[in-house]
Design a protein. Structure first.
Ligand code: HEM
Length: 470
């Protein structure tokens, strides 16, 4: 078996035992009410996104909404997408229960067991985040279309319960989607102020769901390992993951993306200038209006949100050779201060009608912010909660002049948007943008996914509980 990690007895025992450890953890956690993060009345207060340095206190796990949506952005994300391999709905429920219990403990800064205890079993926690504390870890769970129906099959009897808003994303102009970064039946967005904490969380949750190695033919039944875990087929396997980061600037400031521009200025929850001046307008929308599903959705989604993720590669070498003036025209904002080209500070409203002395629009027809603005899209708004990513170098052929080819940065934006309904949110906005945006000369969408993130989880519940009720 060559370099197979399970070729030794020790390796085999290690792998087989980890499943036992995971289930034992779940049982213990149920018994002792593990993960005692303070229950919250909900984390629904609209918050601005940005301000990436936290005080490290745990983010409450329970509440009306899942954490990691209106939570001020942490500095790191590990986004994980899973394929379901479970044969029965009960097995999906089992993994969601285990994940919920484990996530509660992890968000409180706990480990999933003693990483240095019994020498005869694999440590129930990998130990790589020991002592780091919660670092504002949030774990946001989402259900992809494949939970409801895959390849025409109603695998778990949930087809009829697929929410109308959980559409398959259309193919957009310029899409070059790579299956290795696209789709998924379940997702977990792990955000924390330390990349090691986010990685540890996904690693632990993924191993809880994965088939154990007895089931993979690496050994027979293990003495002392109770059914059904002796040949556990698993419920879900990793499909793709993507790490991302933000600069850890002072709290409350909008972080910059790899273009060097502030990203997240015009987001719901920001006090609109008119509101600050005494008016009542919330020009960029409230979380209730834009983000949280209301009574129009099924019960398990009320207070939840739809997540659209896009892995967008940016031609950084091309961008870096473009004059500052043109960079600002592409976005429609000033690079340093972040204010609109039509004047004022970062939060000044865009004046989309303003013209220069020659009668040309100051914020051009194809400027990114014009195409993204609610007023250009019949009022459509989304919450953007994106991260930069950097995966080294790759051989890339750019699709715009000067058609660079060669080793380029495999880097860009892990665009993550939350909304009440993707049909009137991301899809409505991006359809035009994909065709007309000046920014498209520098960007290529290479990964994609859509997920329904259920409402927040109450104590004693598991994520998406009502969806599985008969
Ligand atoms: C690599 C890709 C992208 C980059 C670098 C980028 C960058 C930016 C920047 C710098 C701003 C201005 C500051 C702000 O309001 O946050 C902005 C605004 C915005 N972007 Fe993007 N963006 C990207 C992709 C997208 C995509 C795919 C969408 C799809 C819906 C989108 C939607 C928006 C919206 C709605 C706004 C606010 C417009 C407004 O109302 O002023 N962006 N983006």
């Amino acid at each position: 078996m060559g370099g197979c990690p399970f070729s030794s007895r020790r390796g085999f025992l290690g792998a087989a035992g980890s499943v036992l450890a995971a289930s034992a953890f779940a049982e213990r956690a149920v018994a002792d009410g593990a993960g005692t993060a303070a229950p919250s009345a909900g984390n629904s207060a609209p918050r601005t996104v940005g301000g990436t340095s936290g005080n490290g206190a745990p983010i409450p796990f329970h509440g009306r909404h899942q954490a990691g949506i209106d939570t001020p952005q942490q500095t790191h994300v590990l986004f994980a997408s899973f394929d379901l391999v479970a044969k029965r709905a009960e097995d999906v429920v089992r993994v969601l229960r285990d994940w919920t219990l484990a996530a509660r403990r992890l968000a409180a800064g706990g480990a999933l067991g003693n990483a240095g205890g019994d020498p005869t079993v694999p440590p129930p926690d990998s130990g790589d985040a020991l002592g780091l504390g919660p670092r504002r870890l949030t774990l946001t769970f989402g259900f992809g279309p494949g939970l409801f129906e895959k390849d025409g099959k109603d695998r778990y009897g949930l087809k009829a319960k697929r929410p109308a808003a959980l559409v398959d994303l259309p193919r957009f102009n310029g899409d070059q989607l790579d299956p290795a970064h696209t789709g998924g039946d379940l997702c977990i967005q792990a955000c924390a102020d330390d990349g090691a904490v986010a990685f540890h969380a996904i690693r632990e949750l993924a191993r809880m769901a994965a088939p154990n190695d007895a089931a993979n033919g690496y050994g027979g039944k293990q003495a002392g390992v109770a059914a059904p875990y002796d040949a556990h087929q698993g419920a879900a396997v990793l499909r793709w993951i993507q790490a991302g980061f933000l600069p850890g600037g002072p709290s409350g400031e909008t972080p910059r993306n790899l273009l060097g521009f502030k990203d997240g200025t015009e987001n719901p929850g920001r006090p609109h200038p008119a509101a600050r001046a005494g008016g009542k307008l919330a020009g960029n929308g409230t979380f209730e209006d834009v983000v949280w599903v209301g009574e129009e959705g099924p019960e398990w989604m009320q207070g939840g949100s739809y997540l659209v993720v896009r892995r967008i590669r940016i031609a950084l070498q091309h961008w870096d050779n473009v004059a500052l003036d043109f960079q600002e025209q592409v976005i429609g904002r000033r690079k340093l201060g972040g204010g609109p080209l039509t004047g004022g500070g970062e939060f000044a409203p865009l004046d989309l009608d303003a013209t220069d002395k020659d009668g040309n629009l100051v914020i051009g027809d194809n400027a990114h912010v014009r195409l993204g603005a609610a007023s250009s899209n019949g009022g459509a708004r989304i919450l953007r909660r994106s991260y930069s990513y950097n995966d080294g170098l790759a051989m890339i052929a750019e699709r715009w002049p000067p058609w660079r080819q060669g080793l380029e940065y495999e880097a860009g934006l892990l665009f993550i948007a939350f909304q009440r309904d993707p049909r009137t949110g991301f899809i409505r906005i991006f359809e035009n943008m994909a065709k007309l945006d000046l920014l498209n000369q520098f960007t290529t969408h290479v990964g994609s996914g859509i997920f329904a993130c259920p409402r927040g989880i109450a104590k004693g519940e598991f994520v998406g509980k009502e969806l599985f009720a008969a």
